[in-house]
Design a protein around this ligand. Structure first.
Ligand code: NAD
Ligand code: UD1
Length: 333
């Protein structure tokens, strides 16, 4: 029996494949390389010394998904495949609704037909919209402020409705906070195609000289240094959260959401300072206007994941900054 990992060549998916393989899980990976590169699959095999089946497939293509289920004995699915750029989702909403929602419906329909009922979904802290306070618990009001966030909220609702109608489904909705960092080997990391818009990938661009300066989006927030606060967690810790979620859905029916974060917030300036100190580099920056749709503070209360998944983060900010650059500098050509 295998775990199907969609989007397994991507940033979080590839790190999760490594952790699943390291624990003796059998995996099957599907990705269309829309936002990743084929060599990531070789790197995962090299890091773990393990082999697995890979399908270059679009999860929106029903016949490809049905074929994967026909050819394999799939016990559970972790669904990472999706588009994730907030700005792009505002410009191209239909592209986001189609890819993120349709892929999930096709997968769940195929799972239902194949009597595979264990599903782990990549949701996001974005489903909390602009939170009314921090730390955020899973029972906070949900809302979306952009099409990307709407797709995550809609798929969460689809999962809840499916569970209500089919109570033998076992679904974990994992609401990630801000994953950064890279595998300790330096062989895999965040390597998006195109222009990034998240803080750490942009710091990498400045560090590698591809961008002159970092725009700090606002220093007039009601936070100690005026810049935005987020809950950054190491991608390997996040990957381990998926290992625990798979163990959970194996044991229990239900459809439950879990925050995956550290519970601690860092400001933009604290991230820049930590990065500079750990890597001995200077990141030139300037204060730019606030970015539309940004909250002043967003960090998790991760106690539900601790109590029910037996998961908590272990890796600190310095290692997040060190490993991010260790990977990014190896990609400079
Ligand atoms: P990523 O872009 O690195 O990985 C996604 C992978 O899915 C890519 O390899 C891409 O090629 C693949 N893909 C996209 N559409 C596909 C399709 N139709 N068929 C097959 N493959 C497809 O992104 P990531 O950072 O690893 O994020 C993984 C998931 O987690 C996404 O759903 C994302 O929305 C969610 N998420 C990410 C973050 C973050 O900060 N990185 C935060 C919250 C949630
Ligand atoms: C952003 C998305 C969110 C998505 C998440 C993960 C927006 C409004 N929110 O969240 O929906 O779930 O990414 O993909 O896009 N910052 C700068 N300069 C930069 C980039 C970022 O100062 O060049 C600041 C931001 O204002 C924020 C912090 O850095 O305070 C983190 O930004 P980012 O990495 O984009 O994550 P989120 O804002 O949490």
């Amino acid at each position: 029996m295998a775990v199907l990992v969609t989007g397994g060549a991507g940033y979080i998916g590839s790190h999760t494949c490594v952790e699943l393989l390291a624990r003796g899980e059998q995996i099957i990976v599907a990705d269309n390389f829309y936002n990743s590169k084929p060599r990531v699959i070789d790197m995962v095999k090299e890091i773990t010394g393990k082999d697995f089946k890979f399908y270059k497939a679009d999860i929106c293509d029903r016949s490809s998904v049905e074929n994967i289920f026909r050819e394999n004995d799939i016990e559970a699915v972790i669904h990472f495949a999706g588009y994730k750029a907030v700005g792009e989702s505002v410009k191209e909403p239909l592209m986001y609704y189609k890819n993120n929602i349709y892929s999930s419906v096709i997968l769940l329909e195929t799972m239902k037909k194949s009597r595979c009922k264990q599903f782990v979904f990549s949701s996001s802290a974005t489903v909390y919209g602009i939170p009314k306070s921090v730390p955020i618990t899973e029972d906070f009001p949900l809302g979306s402020i952009n099409p990307y966030g709407s797709t995550k909220l809609i798929v969460e609702n689809i999962c809840r409705d499916l569970y209500d109608s089919e109570p033998d489904f076992r679904i974990a909705l994992l609401r990630y906070f801000n994953p950064i960092g890279a595998h300790e080997s330096g062989k895999i990391g965040d390597d998006p195609n195109g222009v990034p818009n998240n803080l750490m990938p942009i710091i990498m661009r400045v560090a590698s000289g591809k961008l002159d300066k970092l725009s700090v989006y606002g220093n007039d927030y009601p936070t100690p240094d005026g810049t935005g606060i987020r809950d950054y967690l190491h991608v390997t810790d996040l990957a381990l959260g998926h290992v625990r979620a798979i163990e959970k859905v194996r044991k229990e029916v239900g459809c439950k959401a879990f925050n995956l974060g550290t519970g601690k917030g860092y400001s933009v300036l604290e991230i820049i300072n930590a990065f500079e100190e750990v890597n001995g580099l200077k990141i030139p920056d300037f204060i730019a206007p606030r970015r539309h749709g940004d909250a002043a503070e967003c960090y998790s209360d991760p106690s539900l994941a601790k109590n029910e998944l037996n998961w908590e983060t272990k890796i600190g900010l310095n290692e997040m900054c060190r490993s991010s650059w260790n990977f990014a500098k190896s990609q400079i050509n």
